[in-house]
Structure formats: structure tokens, C-alpha cells
Design a protein around this ligand. Structure first.
Ligand code: ADP
Ligand code: MG
Length: 367
């Protein structure tokens, strides 16, 4: 698939020193990519630079291979949907939607046809004569989306478009947006600070922190294989424990896992609550005392107290009754991730071997 949007080495640093530094990203035609990160990490700065609302200090933005840096927003083949819907309050829905086509002197019959097409896409047929104030927040955002779609942008930019809406409506609208995107094969750059929203609608997610990219990957890989401690902490629920890595294994007290990393020394081990399992083997596992059981819908969260810290475990609803407060259980982890600590070395970075055979033996003894 061809590259639709290409952002290369984009930097925008504000007088405070904050902003975005050397940000690069390619988005394929028909792809929905999300910028995800905490408030202030630079998501809007990237999006507004693409849309032409901010002048970056450095970097290039290309749409279909053509540089757009010098173009004002209205001349770029992109359209933007903001958190605040930005509809003209004194105009009807029809006039809001027809505005740019009237400027372009599109024929009346064609305008009517197009407005009807856009209203059908956002499921608001028959709303032409209403004024924005007569619409709910969700309906206004649908109109704002319809207006952006009518510009037939090569790239649609959306900056936290649903964050002003309540949870139920937010869920509905993001599903609808994904359907429209897939049906129309739109290329979208979507911004959110809501990790659940990002995981649910994106082809790829760009996790950002303090103006930098932490990880770019599919939602599954971001969740299963967070590339950094920041991503592990930011995405989903995660437990953290102290572990120790050598060239073969990562140990967490009596538990050992193959070391698939290059780390050597103390590491922070991350375990998802759903990856904590019960073991019946007395030789293996960690003792854990049940502190609390909380029903969270289709699953329950069990709070565990262990000698190595507190842990949260998710269990199926139908297994919940087996977990009684103050009982002691034995647990293990079905899968783990490990992250370096301050003093962790890289196996490749181990001191140069003076006497290979002796050192190899010593290393072996430590395992
Ligand atoms: P996000 O959209 O991820 O919340 P922004 O891109 O809006 O982040 O902002 C990134 C950082 O730059 C923040 O720390 C913000 O305070 C700062 N910032 C944004 N716009 C300006 C501006 N016009 N002047 C100075 N600082 C700004
Ligand atoms: Mg923002």
C-alpha cells in the first residue's frame, strides 16, 4: 500500500522548551493511526502541524509525495475535526455543510446530493433544517465529521473528537467512525489520551511521551509487548515486581522464565493481571493472600498480598466464588515482560572477555 502521509523529523519547540522533537511517521493510504499519550505530550502539536495550524521549526510534511509545509490549512488536502465542534451557530445544518461547496461554486443540485450523502454516512438524514443549538453534543460532532468528509480530504485529522461526550456516546461514535473509515477507506490521524479508545479503533498506535515517540505498533503488540516502562505503565493495568536477569533466565524469587531480552542484572518485571494464574505445585509459585475481591462486570479483580508486593489479578466471573478473602493461594505468571533498571547492563555490553574460557565458565556458574 502506498504512503499517504509522511512526517519527517518534525520539530516544534515552544519558548518553554516543551513541544515535539524529531517526530517521524508514515501513514499508509486507508490506514487509521492514533497518537496516544498523556495530556501535554505533543499530540495536538503534531496534528496541527500536519493541518497547517502550526508552523513547525523543522521537518517536512508530505501528502501523496508532495510537500505541504508552505500551504495554509485551507489549501492542504487535509481536514480537521476538533474537540469543540466549531459549527456556525447562526447557520442550519445544511448551510454548515454546504458552506465550502458554495464557495467553490458547486451546482445546487450537486450540493444537495452531497449533503444528503454526508448526512446518511453520519446517520443524521433529515436534519438539514436544524440549527446546531437544537442538536446534542454527539449530533453536533457528527455534523462536524460530515463537514470534514465533504471536503474529501486525503488525510482526515481528528483531535480528541469525542472527549467532550459521555462514555456511552463516546463508545458509539468511535465505532461509527471506524465503520465510516473502513467503508470509505479514509486515511486518518486520530488523537486521543484515552488508551481504550486508541486500542479499540486503530490500525496502529503511536505512543508518545514528552514530545517523543515511545512505540509505534498494532494495538495487539502495544498491549502484549510494550517497548518501554512508560508504555507498560500507560497501557492497560500492569503489575510490577523486582526480578533478576542473567543470560539464560529471568528470576522472580522461585519463578524463572527464559530471558528473551538482552538485559543482565536487576530488572523490573511487568505482569498483566490476566496473566496471573493459580498453580497447585508446592515446588513452584509464590504465596499470595487474598485481600479483596471486586466484581467489575464480566470479570473480577482480586487484590493479592505477597512478600514481594501487592498484585492485582483478573479472574472470570464464574470463577469468582473460589476466591475468599484471607485465603492463601499459590500463583505464577503465564507470561512476563522485563524492563531495565538504572544499573541493568546489556548482555552485549558485558565487559570485554580477557580469558574467554575462564569467563565463560564463571558466567555459567552464576546461572
Ligand atoms: P497534547 O495535545 O498531547 O496535550 P500539546 O501538543 O497541546 O499536547 O502540547 C505539548 C506541550 O507544548 C505542552 O506542554 C503544552 O503546554 C505546550 N504548548 C502547546 N502549545 C503551546 C503554545 N502555543 N505555547 C507554549 N507552549 C505550548
Ligand atoms: Mg491536545
Amino acid at each position: 500500500m502506498s504512503i499517504r502521509l509522511s512526517i519527517t523529523e518534525l520539530s516544534k519547540v515552544y519558548p518553554t522548551g516543551e513541544g515535539v522533537k524529531r517526530f517521524s511517521l508514515d501513514i499508509k493510504n486507508g490506514e487509521l493511526v492514533t497518537l496516544l499519550g498523556p495530556s501535554g505530550c505533543g499530540k495536538s502539536t503534531v496534528l496541527r502541524s500536519v493541518g497547517g495550524f502550526i508552523d513547525p521549526n523543522e521537518g517536512s510534511i508530505q501528502i501523496d509525495g508532495t510537500e505541504v509545509n508552505h500551504l495554509p490549512p485551507e489549501k492542504r488536502p487535509s481536514a480537521m475535526v476538533f474537540q469543540s465542534y466549531n459549527l456556525w451557530p447562526h447557520m442550519t445544518v445544511f448551510d454548515n455543510l454546504a458552506f465550502s461547496m458554495k464557495l467553490k461554486k458547486v451546482k445546487k443540485s450537486q450540493i444537495i446530493e452531497k449533503v444528503n450523502w454526508a448526512l446518511t454516512l453520519v446517520q443524521l438524514q433529515g436534519y438539514e433544517k436544524k440549527y446546531p443549538t437544537e442538536l446534542s453534543g454527539g449530533q453536533q460532532q457528527r455534523i462536524a465529521l460530515a463537514r470534514a468528509l465533504l471536503l474529501e480530504p486525503k488525510v482526515l485529522l481528528l483531535d480528541e473528537p469525542f472527549s467532550a461526550l459521555d462514555a456511552k456516546l463516546r463508545h458509539e461514535l468511535r465505532e461509527e467512525l471506524r465503520e465510516i473509515q473502513a467503508k470509505q477507506q479514509l486515511t486518518m490521524l486520530f488523537v486521543t489520551h484515552d488508551q481504550e479508545e486508541a486500542l479499540s479503533i486503530s490500525d496502529r498506535i503511536v505512543v508518545m511521551n514528552k514530545g517523543n515517540i515511545e512505540q509505534v505498533d498494532s494495538p495487539q503488540n502495544i498491549y502484549n509487548y510494550p517497548a518501554s516502562m512508560f508504555v507498560a505503565q500507560f497501557i492497560g493495568k500492569m503489575n510490577f515486581l523486582q526480578g533478576y536477569a542473567n543470560s539464560e533466565k529471568i528470576s522472580i524469587h522461585s519463578l524463572a522464565y527464559p530471558n528473551l531480552t538482552q538485559y543482565n542484572g536487576n530488572v523490573t518485571v511487568a505482569v498483566r493481571p490476566e496473566d496471573i494464574v493459580i498453580v497447585n505445585d508446592a515446588e513452584m509459585g509464590l504465596d499470595a493472600t487474598i485481600e479483596k475481591v471486586m466484581m467489575l462486570g464480566h470479570y473480577a479483580e482480586v487484590s493479592l498480598y505477597t512478600d514481594y508486593g501487592k498484585l492485582k489479578m483478573f479472574v472470570e466471573r464464574n470463577e469468582m466464588s473460589q476466591f475468599k478473602v484471607f485465603d492463601t493461594i499459590r500463583i505464577a505468571f503465564s507470561t512476563i515482560q522485563a524492563f531495565p533498571e538504572e544499573n541493568t547492563t546489556h548482555i552485549n555490553e558485558l565487559p570485554k572477555v580477557q580469558n574467554p574460557i575462564k569467563e565463560e565458565n564463571e558466567r555459567y556458574e552464576k546461572v
